[in-house]
Design a protein around this ligand. Structure first.
Ligand code: AMP
Ligand code: ZN
Length: 272
């Protein structure tokens, strides 16, 4: 089955109302661009959301790609400028957090910090924009890497809620996330994006130097796509058990009021 048919069938299973407002988190890269393209083509109500990270030429190229895509698809684009809203670029914020944590013996990875900040912004802004869902471009390779990383860190329960649709308990402050490319291998996404000539910035983020994830990615790239899919199918087989060890309800951060699992949310923990 081709990519479009597969995604259509997978989305069909989620039984989304085509009138629900879906905010696609657009990075300028191939995965999120393909996600927005397919939602639009399949008749969903979609808008774009880009976080402008203020990382020099790289960020400018990403914004240009996102603007062009939204123009081509005729979808509304919302841009969140991190420098304007939070006072500094992602590089600056991340380095400050790393410097502060070093003496405590915590070596925090670039992508981990950036990921927490981006997720927090997405949830808050999607709520402000009255979105019903946030969609991201995570593909099969991303998901297999994350699960493997969690297993190797002896924390498989961190994958308990991952899926094409987030399986967290429903909460009015938490916008449900969907990943339409959850079962689609990265190679197929790349081919689809090139075939459809989507305006995409293919250069990887200059700060993505998380060596452990890169090693896992290299390892997984020795497997074929069916074997990668098997890793995810195996995760799905143990997810019910993983959820039992993760029974904490969603509560609200004592500092900022955002939904989280502990007393303080990850974002506040980093920014403290
Ligand atoms: P990454 O963590 O960079 O692999 O990105 C995973 C997903 O997060 C992408 O497929 C996008 O949907 C979303 N994303 C990443 N960076 C941005 C950004 N700057 N603005 C909006 N969404 C983003
Ligand atoms: Zn907080």
């Amino acid at each position: 089955m081709n990519l479009e048919k597969k995604v259509k069938a997978d989305l069909h299973k989620l039984k989304l109302n085509k009138k629900s407002k879906i905010l696609v988190a657009l990075s300028g890269g191939k995965d999120s661009s393909v996600t927005a393209y397919l939602f639009k083509k399949l008749g969903y109500s979609v808008e774009g959301f880009h976080i402008y990270l203020g990382m020099g030429n790289y960020s400018k190229k990403c914004l240009e790609a996102v603007e062009k895509l939204c123009e081509n698809l005729k979808i509304k684009l919302h841009v969140y400028d991190i420098k304007k809203e939070m006072g500094n670029s992602m590089c600056y914020l991340r380095t400050a957090i790393q410097e502060k944590n070093k003496p405590l013996g915590n070596s925090l990875k670039n992508c981990a910090i950036c990921g927490v900040i981006k997720k927090s912004i997405m949830n808050k802004e999607a709520r402000k924009l009255n979105a019903d869902f946030i969609a991201t471009g995570h593909n099969l390779d991303d998901e297999a890497q994350t699960f493997l990383l969690n297993v190797l860190k002896a924390s498989p329960q961190l994958s308990a809620n991952s899926g094409m649709i987030s399986q967290n308990k429903k909460d009015k402050k938490f916008i449900t996330r969907i990943k339409p490319l959850f079962y689609i291998p990265e190679n197929e996404v790349r081919k689809f994006s090139k075939k459809n000539k989507l305006p995409v910035h293919y250069e990887p983020c200059p700060c993505a130097i998380d060596s452990y994830r890169i090693q896992i990615r290299k390892f997984l790239n020795q497997l074929n796509d069916d074997e990668k899919l098997n890793i995810i199918k195996n995760l799905e087989r143990i997810q019910e058990k993983l959820k039992l060890s993760q029974q904490k309800n969603i509560s609200y951060c004592e500092n900022c009021g955002e939904p989280c699992r502990n007393k303080i949310c990850k974002m506040c923990e980093l920014m403290r």
